[in-house]
Design a protein around this ligand. Structure first.
Ligand SMILES: [Zn+2]
Length: 485
């Protein structure tokens, strides 16, 4: 009897293992022929000099609009007109505050237009970190085959890259069939009022875009374990955000005779509870599509896990949740940021509050997040107040023309590359333009390695010269293909 049982267990295990192995072996990317693009001759030195020059304009945006150095913005706009005369001649130009909309009229007005966007404002240097920069952040220095300074990645490379690419096409007598817009915002970093005005103007003109492409993720190498190929997460959605206030109440009084639980300890308990019960997240929908594709290029061990999510789903979810960036891609994140208690050291607070910032995965809404938090921490002593927020964006189709054109353009320039749908974990101006677009993508075709990440909004922002040139070439392909049919 026992022997029989043992044998059946063995047979079942064998069957499971065979299925798992079969799934692993067949979980590979299909071999596609590399698409040859025609040679694009970009003057790399000149383009790099132009990006360096654009960095020298201190186009810093501040929450307080009065603080904007508008002269720097005016000078940047004048410089761009002088540096890219062809671009400024063929386009109809429309200025909203210091944001610019360029319209390149297509020959076939029955086709829905497309739009490319970027922003020429930058974030300030964090006070006290000036000396940590290898090169002055606004000197526009080129050294060690890198262009240094604030905006090198976020997002003057996007704006200059687009003008370089369009100029290349104009000089080669290219004429768009589909009307093509370029829009450069002046205050993306503080909400994008310029992009909002431009979107509203286009909406009033009855413009409905086929698709738009704006700043987002980058071509990357070395971010995923065991993969030495270029990965291109083309973001098809953007997370939302919500601020909730957790309010713990208790009897006040003198701190010399505290009760067992004060408002502060009640609040602390609530925060720990919330940390232990984050919003659920797992590999499904968009996240599943991304990891399914990426994992096909991973070594055997990872492929074994990803090919058998039916068996290892739980293990994988907890493994992925342990890396902050990946955790942010698969769930709504919970971040307590501001705390308040008593106003005096010897006074017990009658109220202690914590502000929690959530970044919403498209599967959640501000309402569902508030309900979740209420169900976890809500009680007689703990109230949850919704302070405001923004829903996550719609999810654009990765089976649509725009996504396919960006993917094939990347293949023409980079050769072996893995384009996958991605989720933008920060905010961008695309949330405005997406209101008038069938599909919206958030992606910059420049390549970065993990060390480059600390430069974005941080210290030593810089871009590799070859990366910048590859990005311009990819923009040439995308604009040409996108506006041709
Ligand atoms: Zn940006």
């Amino acid at each position: 009897m026992l022997k029989k049982l043992f044998l059946s267990v063995l047979v079942i295990l064998f069957i499971f293992l065979s299925i798992a192995l079969y799934r692993t072996v067949t979980h590979t990317a299909s071999v596609v022929g590399i698409i040859e693009g025609e040679t694009i001759e970009i003057d790399g030195d000149k383009a790099s000099q132009n990006l360096a020059a654009s960095i020298r304009f201190k186009t810093i945006s501040y929450q307080d609009e009065e603080k904007f150095p508008f002269e720097e913005f005016d000078n940047f706009i004048k410089w761009a007109a002088a540096t890219y005369p062809e671009f400024h001649q063929v386009m109809e130009i429309d200025q909203h505050k210091h944001s610019l909309l360029f319209k390149w009229q297509g020959s076939d007005s029955t086709l829905a237009p497309i739009l490319f966007e970027g922003h020429h404002d930058v974030v300030p240097i964090i006070p006290g970190t000036e000396n940590l920069w290898q090169e002055n952040p606004f000197a526009g220095v080129i050294s060690n085959n890198r262009i240094w300074g604030r905006g090198a990645l976020d997002d003057k490379s996007g704006v200059i890259g687009l003008m370089e690419a369009a100029t290349y096409l104009i000089k080669n007598n290219f004429k768009p069939k589909r009307t093509t817009y370029f829009s450069f915002g002046h205050d993306e970093e503080v909400g994008g009022s310029g992009a909002a005005l431009i979107t509203e103007k286009l909406r009033q003109e009855g413009v409905q875009l086929s698709w738009s492409l704006g700043e987002g993720s980058f071509v990357n190498k070395g971010f995923f374990p065991g993969i030495d190929k270029f990965i291109a997460p083309i973001n098809v959605a953007e997370k939302g955000s919500a601020n909730l206030m957790i309010i713990a109440t208790a009897k006040g009084g003198h701190s010399s005779t505290p009760p067992k639980r004060t408002a502060v300890t009640i609040l602390a308990e609530a925060l720990v509870k919330l940390e232990k019960e984050p919003l659920p997240g797992s590999l499904e929908g968009l996240s599943a599509a991304m990891f399914n594709e990426v994992s096909k290029h991973m070594p055997f061990g990872y492929r074994f896990l990803f090919a058998n999510r039916w068996l290892f789903g739980g293990v994988l979810d907890s493994q992925l949740s342990s890396t902050p960036v990946i955790n942010a891609m698969i769930r709504t994140t919970t971040a307590p940021t501001m705390l308040n208690g008593s106003v005096k050291s010897n006074v017990l607070p009658i109220e202690a509050t914590a502000l929690i910032n959530f970044r919403l995965h498209p599967r959640d809404t501000t309402e569902s997040v508030t309900n979740h938090v209420r169900s976890v921490v809500g009680s007689n002593d703990v109230k949850v107040r919704f302070l405001g927020g923004r829903e996550a964006s719609e999810i654009s189709s990765w089976d649509s023309p725009g996504f396919k054109i960006v993917s094939s353009s990347l293949e023409k320039v980079y050769g072996e590359i893995v384009p996958v749908p991605g989720l933008m974990i920060a905010a961008s101006d695309t949330r405005h333009y997406s209101k008038i677009a069938d599909n919206s993508f958030r992606f910059n075709p420049f390549f970065i390695v993990p060390e480059d990440m600390t430069g974005i909004h941080g210290t030593n922002e810089s871009i590799d010269v070859d990366s910048f040139i590859s990005g311009i070439k990819t923009y040439v392909e995308i604009i040409r293909e996108g506006s041709s049919n």
